[in-house]
Design a protein around this ligand. Structure first.
Ligand code: URP
Ligand code: ZN
Ligand code: ZN
Length: 464
C-alpha cells in the first residue's frame, strides 16, 4: 500500500516547509515538491499542516486503581487517542507488590495485545525492589521497557521508601534506563488527610487542600538528590506546580540529568474546579491535584522556554456515575484521575500556537518529538523524515470545535464526562495515519486494530 500526501505544510520540531510526503508500506520513503509518483491513496493536504503523530507517554488504560478500573481499555483508549491525533502511547504496567515485575509486564501485554489501534509501549511501575529482584531491571530493559515509575505518594498502595528508590535508581542508571517520579510526599499528606477527615471535611474540595504544593516540591528535590548520587536520568511526571518547577530548574542548574512533563489539566484547569456545586468537583480529583490559577502561566512559560520538556495527559478516566461516586461520603475514596488522551493535541495547539505562547515547531516538539527522544523511540517515531514510521497527522489549523462529551468530533473516550467541557479549541486532527494505514478520516474510524508493541531503546540510543 502507498499513500501520497500532497500540498501540505510539513512541520517538524525544527522545519516548516511545503512538500509532498510519500509513504510506502509502513514508512515515509520520499519527501519532495510536486512528487510525480503513483499511489494507492492520495490525500490533498492543501491548507493543512502535515505533522508527526502525537505521542502521549502517560496513560492508564484498563488500570486497577482505587477499587475500580479506568474506563478506557486498550481498544477504546487507543481509538480515542487516534481521533485526537495521537499515534503512539506509553502506558504503565504495574508490579504487584511482592511479585515479579516481569509478571506485571506479562499482565499488561495480555491487556493490550490484539486490542490496540495505535502503537504502544510500557513503563514499569515499581512497587518493591529487594536486592534479589534487581536483575529484573536488566531483563525489562532487554524487553524494551526502559523507564521505571516510582511513587513518593500513595502510602500502602504504590509508595516506596527512599532506600527502594535509591536501589532502583542506581540499577536503572547502570543499564541505560530512566526513572520517572510521582513527586508528592504521601507520608505527610496522609497526616493532612487524617486531620481533615476527623474534622468532617470530606468533600472533593478537600483533595487539593490536603496536598500542599510544598510537599510536591520537596519530593522533586529529594528524588533529584537521590538520582544525582545514583547517577540515573530522572523524569518528573505530571508536574503540576511552581514549587516543583523551581526544584527541577535548581537540579538542572547543578547538572542533574532531569526532564519534566506537564499535562493539559495543569495548564488549563485549576483547583476551583474541585469546589464545583454538589459532587461535580469529584470529576477533577487527581493526584497531584489541580493548583491555583496563578501558577498556570508560569508553567506555560516554562514549557515555551524548555524548562518543561513535553506534554502528556495522565489519561486516567473514571466515570462520574458509579466510579467517582465511590467517594460520595469521603473524598479519599474518589478514584484519582481524569480523561484527556483525545484532547491533548488540539489543546496544545490552541494554548500554545493560537494563543501565541510558542510556534508550530515547539508545538510539534512538546506533543511528539520530545516524547519520542526522551523515551527511546526517535527517529522511528516523533518526526517526518525518510525512514521514519508513517505516523502522520493531517492537521487542520483553522477548524474550531467546542470540546464536549456530546461532541462526536471531540469525544470517543469511554467515559461519561469531559474534563474540558465547553472549552473552545482551534486546530483539529483531520486524517491520521499509523504506520502507513489511514486510521481516522474526518471523524470516522476507517481502520481498527493493528497497533504494535514498541520495544524502546535505552537512554540516548536511536530506534530504527
Ligand atoms: O490521579 C492520577 N494521576 N491518577 C493516575 C495515577 C497517577 O498517579 O499517575
Ligand atoms: Zn502519578
Ligand atoms: Zn499517571
Amino acid at each position: 500500500m502507498s499513500v501520497l500526501i500532497k500540498n501540505g505544510r510539513v512541520v517538524t520540531a525544527t522545519d516548516d516547509y511545503y512538500a509532498d510526503v510519500f509513504v510506502e508500506g509502513e514508512k515515509i520513503t520520499l519527501i519532495g515538491q510536486d512528487l510525480k509518483v503513483a499511489a494507492d491513496t492520495v490525500i490533498d493536504a492543501t491548507g493543512r499542516l502535515v505533522i508527526p503523530g502525537g505521542i502521549d507517554v502517560h496513560t492508564h488504560l484498563d488500570m486497577p486503581f482505587g477499587g475500580s478500573f479506568t474506563a478506557d481499555d486498550f481498544d477504546s483508549g487507543t481509538k480515542a487517542a487516534a481521533f485526537g491525533g495521537t499515534t503512539t502511547l506509553i502506558d504503565f504496567a504495574i508490579q504487584t507488590q511482592g511479585k515479579s515485575t516481569l509478571e506485571g509486564l506479562d499482565a499488561w501485554h495480555a491487556r493490550a495485545e490484539g486490542k490496540a489501534t495505535i502503537d504502544y509501549g510500557f513503563h514499569m511501575i515499581v512497587t518493591d525492589m529487594p536486592e534479589e529482584r534487581l536483575p529484573e531491571i536488566d531483563r525489562l530493559v532487554e524487553e524494551g521497557i526502559t523507564s521505571f515509575k516510582m511513587f513518593m505518594a500513595y502510602p500502602g498502595v504504590l509508595y516506596t521508601d527512599d532506600a527502594t528508590h535509591f536501589r532502583t535508581y542506581r540499577r536503572a542508571g547502570e543499564v541505560g534506563a530512566r526513572i520517572q517520579l510521582h513527586a508528592e510526599n504521601g507520608i505527610v499528606i496522609d497526616e493532612f488527610i487524617k486531620d481533615a477527615v476527623a474534622r468532617g471535611d470530606v468533600s472533593p474540595g478537600w483533595h487539593p487542600r490536603t496536598r500542599p504544593a510544598r510537599l510536591a516540591g520537596e519530593a522533586v528535590y529529594r528524588a533529584s538528590a537521590i538520582a544525582e548520587v545514583a547517577k540515573v536520568p530522572l523524569y518528573i511526571v505530571h508536574l503540576d506546580c511552581v514549587e516543583s518547577l523551581v526544584e527541577v530548574k535548581r537540579a538542572k542548574e547543578r547538572g542533574v540529568d532531569i526532564v519534566a512533563e506537564t499535562c493539559p489539566q495543569y495548564l488549563f484547569l485549576d483547583d476551583s474546579y474541585n469546589d464545583l456545586e454538589g459532587f461535580e468537583g469529584a470529576k477533577y480529583v487527581m493526584s497531584p491535584p489541580l493548583r491555583p490559577k496563578a501558577g498556570q502561566e508560569v508553567l506555560w512559560t516554562a514549557l515555551a522556554r524548555g524548562d518543561l520538556s513535553l506534554v502528556a495527559t495522565d489519561h486516567a478516566p473514571f466515570n462520574y456515575k458509579g466510579q467517582k461516586e465511590l467517594g460520595l461520603e469521603v473524598f479519599t475514596k474518589i478514584p484519582n484521575g481524569a480523561p484527556g488522551v483525545e484532547n491533548r493535541v488540539s489543546l496544545m495547539y490552541q494554548g500554545g500556537v493560537v494563543e501565541g505562547r510558542f510556534d508550530v515547531n515547539r508545538f510539534v516538539e512538546v506533543t511528539s518529538t520530545a516524547p519520542a527522544k526522551v523515551f527511546g523511540m526517535f527517529p522511528k517515531k516523533g518526526t517526518i523524515a525518510i525512514g521514519s514510521d508513517a505516523d502522520i497527522v493531517v492537521f487542520n489549523p483553522e477548524r474550531r470545535e467546542t470540546i464536549s462529551v456530546d461532541n462526536p468530533f471531540t469525544h470517543h473516550m469511554n467515559v461519561d464526562y469531559s474534563a474540558y467541557e465547553g472549552f473552545e479549541v482551534q486546530g483539529w486532527s483531520e486524517v491520521v495515519l499509523s504506520r502507513g494505514r489511514v486510521i481516522c478520516d474526518n471523524g470516522k474510524l476507517v481502520t481498527e486494530g493493528g497497533g504494535q508493541f514498541i520495544k524502546r531503546a535505552q537512554v540516548n540510543q536511536l530506534l530504527r
